[in-house]
Design a protein around this ligand. Structure first.
Ligand code: FAD
Ligand code: SF4
Length: 274
């Protein structure tokens, strides 16, 4: 496997495609390569190519979660979502760009069961162990999106800037279907460059976990209030970051999540109220 170290976004994009994969902090990608879930002929290291740091409402995709959690310019919901994610060591290396594009934690997928996300015909989780899985949009694939920051950015109405377009964060994600099993709308040679985050009047992020720390969200609820309007972003409840509060279709083993969701939404609404 080769490693390239481009100095600019355009050089990085030119190196992508044909079996090349972008590498940021590597906290997600390296284990996936090691376990042969992802393959790559060339790793394109983004450290020198993609912007890093916070400038007003703009966050460079190479900014680490550790940097975001302590930056006073960042809205509370996103700071808290970063602070509650992973461990301090992982947050020191893991970038916001990589976090938004992390793969599902579904153990069937990680153990390479031939499930629908791997191109197969079945969702093994729906029929098997699914305590940590989705309560919304779980018909085709019942995985639960693991990103806390994505839920916060969804509630905040963030915009993602790539090397070729600008799109609302909600449009970065798609539900997998029979014809297209991918979970994002990003092209294989497209890079996230920056994220634009509006400043709300108030925001919060609440996370229910199996352990008090260093655990993925069973349910994560971000709320952001702009004037009289409050928006929500949810983690751990749908295959992609989710904004709707109604229409849950829990599986037998995930019914408990609806009660947690109701309780966290109530608390989050209260926390951002005028
Ligand atoms: C044990 C463990 C616990 C964790 N717990 C949590 C948690 O509780 N909450 C949570 O939200 N996250 C959690 N994470 C995920 C962690 O936050 C991510 O692994 C990390 O943020 C990924 O960032 P990275 O820079 O290391 O990405 P990488 O591993 O380098 O890349 C991840 C993916 O993104 C792609 N990529 C990276 N940057 C870009 C870019 N700019 N443009 C296009 N593609 C790009 C890569 O090609 C790869 O597919 C956990 C991870 C681990 C290993
Ligand atoms: S939930 Fe999704 S990733 Fe997990 S087994 Fe089902 S199809 Fe595969």
């Amino acid at each position: 496997m080769e490693l390239t170290r481009p100095e600019s976004v355009s050089d990085a994009v030119a190196s992508l495609g044909n079996g090349s994969v972008p590498l940021a902090g590597g906290t997600e990608l390296i284990p996936l390569l090691r376990d042969r879930i992802v393959s790559a002929e060339t790793l394109v290291e983004l450290r020198r190519a993609v912007p890093k740091g916070v400038d007003g409402t703009t966050i460079g995709a190479g900014t680490t979660l550790g940097e975001l959690e302590v930056d006073a310019q960042i809205p509370e919901a996103l700071r808290e979502a970063c602070r509650l994610a992973a461990s301090p060591q992982l947050r020191a290396a893991g970038t916001i760009g990589g976090n938004l594009l992390q793969a599902t934690r579904c153990w069937y997928w990680r153990l390479k069961f031939p499930c629908r996300l791997h191109g197969g015909e079945r969702c093994h989780a729906r029929e098997g162990e699914h305590r940590e899985h989705a309560i919304f949009a779980n018909d085709f694939c019942a995985s639960a999106h693991p990103s806390d920051p994505a839920a916060a950015l969804l509630a905040l109405g963030a915009t993602v800037r790539t090397d070729r377009r600008e799109l609302p964060l909600s449009e970065l994600y798609r539900l997998p279907t029979e014809d297209d099993r991918s979970m994002t709308t990003l092209a294989p040679d497209e890079l996230i460059v920056e994220i634009e985050v509006p400043r709300p009047d108030a925001s919060t992020y609440l996370k229910a976990m199996d352990r008090r720390r260093w655990s993925f969200a069973l349910v994560g609820v971000a709320a952001a209030r702009f004037g009289e309007e409050t928006s929500f972003g949810l983690a751990g409840v749908a295959p992609i970051p989710w904004a709707q509060l109604d229409g849950a279709t829990p599986l037998p083993g995930t019914a408990y999540k609806t009660q947690i969701l109701d309780a966290l939404v109530r608390r989050a609404r209260h926390a951002v109220a005028t």
